[in-house]
Design a protein around this ligand. Structure first.
Ligand code: IDP
Ligand code: MG
Length: 150
């Protein structure tokens, strides 16, 4: 059986996307989901929710101790978040490319952060979206935001 081609579905991956509170507040959730769908990715799960300090501490554990950590948590607690699981071949790097650079001033036109975001002079960059950065992060983050998918 070793020469049997792998099933097509084996290459499909999932990523966690968050429309951050600035995106929801500015009524850009639809525009952001439109770009994900227009690219060809499939929406697997969508939830509008209020995060908790505990959820955000787990989600952003890698940033604990950095100067923007508490401003980031406070920002993510400042309003509703639209959490999304999207699926497709290459969706993890693919959505990061759609999102653009972390700093919205440097994010290229054509990207979500480049087209729709800007620097507001705050302690944390309000850059509209989060996207998982690796298969390991995606699995960890999907389990945090959508425990029922785990
Ligand atoms: P990413 O969202 O592009 O993956 P990360 O380095 O994981 O960027 O940082 C998480 C979030 O923290 C960013 O999206 C942004 O909101 C904020 N952030 C990251 N670096 C800085 C910084 O140097 N100054 C202000 N805010 C930052
Ligand atoms: Mg990140």
């Amino acid at each position: 059986m070793t020469d049997v081609a792998p099933a097509l579905t084996e290459t499909i991956e999932r990523t966690l996307i968050l429309v951050k509170p600035d995106g929801v507040r500015r009524s850009l959730s639809g525009e952001i989901l439109r770009r994900v769908e227009a690219k060809g990715y499939t929406l697997v799960a969508v939830r509008l929710l209020d995060a908790t300090p505990e959820l955000l501490a787990a989600h952003y554990a890698e940033h604990e101790g950095k100067p923007f950590f508490q401003p980031l948590v406070d920002f993510m607690l400042s309003g509703k978040i639209l959490a999304v699981v999207a699926e497709g071949q290459g969706v993890i790097p693919g959505f990061r490319a759609l999102a653009g650079a972390t700093n919205p001033t440097e994010a290229l036109p054509g990207t979500i952060r480049g087209d729709l975001g800007r620097d507001w002079g705050l302690k944390v960059q309000q850059n509209l979206v989060h996207g998982s950065d690796s298969p390991e992060s995606a699995a960890r983050e999907i389990a945090l935001w959508f425990p029922e998918l785990g």
